[in-house]
Design a protein around this ligand. Structure first.
Ligand SMILES: Cc1ncc(COP(=O)(O)O)c(C=O)c1O
Length: 451
């Protein structure tokens, strides 16, 4: 495998030498903000996340306007419900330590120097966050981007740059293009990044059937291009299924491709230290590039690419969403950094569920909307997932569908919950009622789809 890693690193170095002829990236000033007193410093004395408290309910109990029931003053009445649709799996977004750190940061710095990271907004706080994220994923370096969407598109535009900047002429010749193999269920940010690569004639993209390793093996075996990349979500956000990581690692050994995973839904929440699926299986060294987001279990906003130092230089030099978008504001960066102390919290929420996403396939798009409305009426904010978030007419056998029904999905409802909320409610009859409700509306639709 070493030879493939070396081949890619050489390509990265050659592309960088063309892009950054004057070593601009190396001489970029490292912005440092005014030194604060210990009292003002948002990262001094971060509280230990010592267990659940009343804080975690703030954003879980929401009210939804009910336009059908106006109150006497003409305003819509509100129905209370429990939010089962958000990605804040550890409820960290409302933890007192996170609130305090981001409030202190905004008192000290406001929203921070408002420009792109390359201009003046990459501060020591951004660098500290990058360092902990790199460590968490056992990589040399990390680049923090404004969103997870930007992380995927920044990485893919840097990857595309390898084809362009190492091409003998203006456009890469066929054999200079990069062959990218992408799971059919990958996130829209991957799809859009790949479309950009195709548009610039940098890549030949092949989409393999969801988690179908035989199909992937066939596609790679029949591909004459030398530069091969496989990219997959580690946990598919609309289905709640994990990618077959160990099989992918075996295929990487066989075909020697660059392996890229999007840990958006697994970073912080899977693995002993929150290092995602790579840590769960102890295969961090078999994954070349890890993309992630701070906006799910991290409870904040932002994305990151964890990789080697050379790759991180390339992402900074060529990742257009990194270069041409304003960097994350300081209160957000500081709040995300607090996660570094949250490992104790993750260890504490020993929830037996393997994934924080539970996808319940209900049949047609109409059925999904009906099911969602049904849940909302009963006080559970469970949102319908419809095209384009899932393919219209896609057919799959859901691994975890209740009663194992096979169905055609045009729509599904996705329940997202983790940590305390789930633990607490599984003990309570309301959860039983929730599951009974889901069963009752799901069965007829599954049967209908099978008929
Ligand atoms: C797999 C995956 N990747 C990337 C993203 C984008 O992350 P963000 O919301 O931080 O832009 C998402 C968000 O839904 C996602 O599910």
């Amino acid at each position: 495998m070493a030879s493939v890693v070396v081949m890619w690193e050489e390509l990265v170095v050659m592309a960088l030498a063309r892009v950054d002829k004057n070593n601009f990236l190396r001489y970029l000033p490292k912005v440092c903000l005014t030194k604060l007193s210990a009292e003002e410093d948002p990262l001094a004395d971060i509280e230990t996340l010592d267990g659940p408290g009343p804080w975690d309910r703030t954003l879980l109990e929401v009210e939804v306007e009910n336009p059908k029931a106006p109150t006497s003053d003409g305003e819509a009445a509100r129905n209370r419900m429990l939010l089962f649709s958000a990605n804040d799996y550890l409820n960290l977004s409302t933890h007192p330590a996170v609130r305090k750190a981001s409030a202190k940061a905004s008192l000290a710095f406001g929203m921070g120097p408002r420009s792109s990271a390359l201009v003046s907004s990459h501060t020591e706080y951004h660098r500290r966050l990058e360092n902990v994220l790199a460590e968490m994923h056992k990589k040399e370096a990390c680049v923090v981007t404004p969103t997870g969407f930007a992380a995927n598109t920044a990485f893919l535009s840097a990857l595309g740059g390898i084809a362009t900047h190492n091409a003998a002429s203006r456009r890469p010749a066929e054999q200079e293009k990069i062959a990218v193999f992408s799971d059919a269920l990958n996130h829209a940010s991957i799809i859009d990044g790949l479309r950009m690569m195709e548009r610039h004639q940098q890549a030949v993209v092949s989409v393999y059937r969801p988690s179908d390793m035989q199909h992937l093996d066939e596609l790679i075996s029949n591909c004459p291009l030398e530069r091969k990349v496989v990219i997959t979500d580690s946990l598919f956000s609309m289905e709640g299924d994990f990618a077959p990581m160990l099989d992918l690692v075996q295929l990487r050994k066989k075909h020697r491709f660059l392996f890229v995973i999007d840990e958006a839904h697994t970073a912080f929440v899977c693995g002993r230290n929150g290092g995602g699926i790579g840590e769960v299986y102890g295969i961090e060294d078999q994954i070349d590039i890890i993309v992630g987001t701070l906006s799910k279990a991290g409870g904040c906003l932002g994305g990151f690419v964890a990789c080697s130092r050379k790759w991180s230089d390339l992402v900074r030099g060529l990742g257009r969403p990194y270069i041409f978008s304003t960097a994350s504001p300081l209160p957000v960066i500081v709040a995300a950094y607090v996660w570094d102390r949250a490992q104790e919290f993750a260890a504490m929420t020993k929830h037996p569920a393997t994934s924080p996403i539970l996808s319940l396939v209900v049949g047609s798009e109409d059925a999904a909307i009906y099911a969602s409305k049904h849940m909302m009426e009963r006080g559970f904010h469970v949102i319908a997932i419809r095209p384009p978030a899932v393919a219209p007419n896609a057919c799959r056998k859901p691994k975890r569908s209740i009663d194992g029904c096979r169905s055609f999905i045009h729509g599904a409802v996705v329940v997202r919950c983790f940590g305390r909320l789930f633990r607490e409610f599984t003990r309570r009859t309301r959860t039983k009622a929730l599951l009974a409700d889901i069963r009752s509306f799901q069965l007829p639709y599954c049967c209908e789809a099978n008929a």
